[in-house]
Design a protein around this ligand. Structure first.
Ligand SMILES: Cc1ncc(COP(=O)(O)O)c(C=O)c1O
Length: 464
């Protein structure tokens, strides 16, 4: 059974209250049932405190969620006020002012004519919804259609529900449920550090993008509704950034075969990579875009699918009904918090801070870690940085244990040094490969970035 007593010493201790309630974890079914969990009692800005007063820098914003930092009184007041006035309304019968306002804000930020916002309560709901919206779009548009498959990428993560997992390519998360998954095709990711074709950019000819063309031909475009990918690889690959031509080629292939392009911005959306949406780095407009994490920034669960006008129009001219929905989608509490979060995000120009401090952090990490024998690659954009751990930096040989165990070990050491990172594994071949994400709240300052670099450096000194 898990043991939730705080056992860590981060070196920075402060007085906190709230831990007195945390006495017994025997009723809890944790995700990792055998691990001990420090008991967190407070979050403020980029910092977290456990019940023993240990302070941590949240170097990964939970799971790249708490983009505007924790403990903002304005967001708490908005949530409380909404709970007092109208806590719930079901979207099948009513709309609310905050729903309208939130959709306007999201559509205004989104590129091109991504103007129609369908609200849900999280990332998996968003990608699951996009998958069904793509399928129904072709039925609405053409009356009869065989288009139903979604092509994904290996080592991508789009969520843990069965549709989202079917589109995902992260082997470790899929394997136990493989018999229950839909048989969707996958292509290789644009993973230049370990090119799946053993080529080097730019001589590679961006084979990883043209593989989409090959798979569509093999499967027949008649059966393919969409292609889904993260604009910059997230949890499963550790911030892999595709080459400059990649997204333009993908967009052209989707257009050529009448296939919708779904870009999953659940992790990258709302400033994480230094632009409102990561796909803007490539100047491409997808047909559907999924968002979640940074939209509620940890204050409330919320997500969305943002659709281009022509998708919405097909539903309007067709049956008029999207046969899908979840009870808590577009609820007033989520919408109100979403509005307050996006106001804070735009008023403080956090996309710009993410670009500026992200570059500063990346440069700083490269400087202090470049000669560490176990640091294979440091990559990313804005405040989404991935560090790939290897057994030998010259040969790029991964750690032999697999399953992200080395990344987990590093994460534990980093916690002891007072910084939280987001570990992952399996990107080399589904089993081998260790990396972690550094993605602090977008409000982080230069001084705090220095502190983060210093703590990671100390963790790496012990990792050897
Ligand atoms: C790109 C991406 N899509 C979807 C999801 C699933 O989101 P959720 O955990 O909110 O269901 C995640 C979660 O990490 C993600 O990173």
């Amino acid at each position: 059974m898990g043991d939730s007593r705080g056992v860590l010493e981060t070196g920075v201790k402060e007085e906190v209250t709230g831990g007195e309630h945390a006495v017994d974890d025997r009723w809890v079914f944790y995700r990792d049932v055998s691990r001990s969990h420090p008991v967190l009692v407070k979050g403020s800005g980029i910092y977290l405190w456990d019940k023993d007063g240990n302070r941590y820098i949240d170097g990964c914003s939970g799971a790249l969620v708490t983009n505007i930092g924790q403990g903002l009184p304005g967001i708490a007041e908005a949530l409380a006020e909404q709970a007092r006035t109208l806590g719930f309304a079901h979207q099948s019968r009513f709309t609310t002012p905050w729903l309208l306002e939130l959709c306007r804000k999201v559509a205004t930020l989104a590129p091109g004519d991504l103007n129609r916002v369908y609200l849900v309560s999280g990332g998996s709901e968003a990608t699951e919804t996009a998958m069904k919206m793509a399928r129904q779009y072709f039925l609405e548009r053409d009356g009869v259609s065989q288009k139903h498959k979604v092509i994904g990428r290996w080592h991508a993560f789009h969520g843990n529900t069965l549709g989202a997992l079917s589109m995902s390519g992260t082997v470790g998360r899929r394997r136990k449920y493989a018999p229950m998954l839909v048989d969707f095709p996958h292509i290789n990711p644009p993973y230049c550090y370990r090119c799946p074709y053993n080529r080097t950019y730019p001589e590679c000819g961006i084979k990883c993008a043209y593989e989409l063309d090959t798979v569509i031909k093999t499967e027949s475009a008649d059966y393919i509704a969409a292609f889904i990918a993260e604009p910059i690889g997230g949890a499963a690959t550790g911030a892999i950034v595709p080459p400059p031509e990649y997204w333009r080629i993908i967009r052209e292939i989707c257009d050529r075969y009448d296939i919708l392009l779904i870009v999953d911005e659940v992790m990258t959306g709302f400033g994480r990579t230094g632009r409102h949406f990561a796909i803007e780095h490539w100047g491409v407009v997808p047909d559907l875009m999924t968002v979640a994490k940074g939209m509620g920034a940890g204050y409330f669960p919320i997500g969305a699918v943002i659709a281009r006008e022509r998708i919405w129009e097909a539903f309007l001219r067709g049956s008029g009904k999207f046969v899908h929905g979840h009870t808590y989608g577009a609820n007033p509490l989520a919408c109100r918090v979403g509005c307050a979060v996006l106001d804070y995000y735009t008023e403080h120009d956090l996309a710009k801070n993410s670009a500026d401090i992200g570059q500063y952090l990346l440069d700083g990490l490269l400087t202090v870690l470049h000669s560490h024998p176990n640091v294979g690659d440091v990559r990313g954009k804005g405040l989404m940085i991935g560090i790939e751990l290897v057994q030998d930096r010259d040969t790029k040989m991964p750690f032999p244990q697999g399953g992200g165990q080395a990344a987990e070990r590093f994460t534990r050491i980093a916690l002891e040094e007072g910084v939280v990172v987001y570990p992952g594994g399996g990107a080399v071949d589904g089993v081998l490969g260790d990396h972690f994400l550094v993605g602090p709240p977008l409000i982080i300052t230069k001084e705090q970035a220095d502190e983060l670099i210093d703590r990671l450096y100390r963790a790496f000194s012990r990792f050897q």
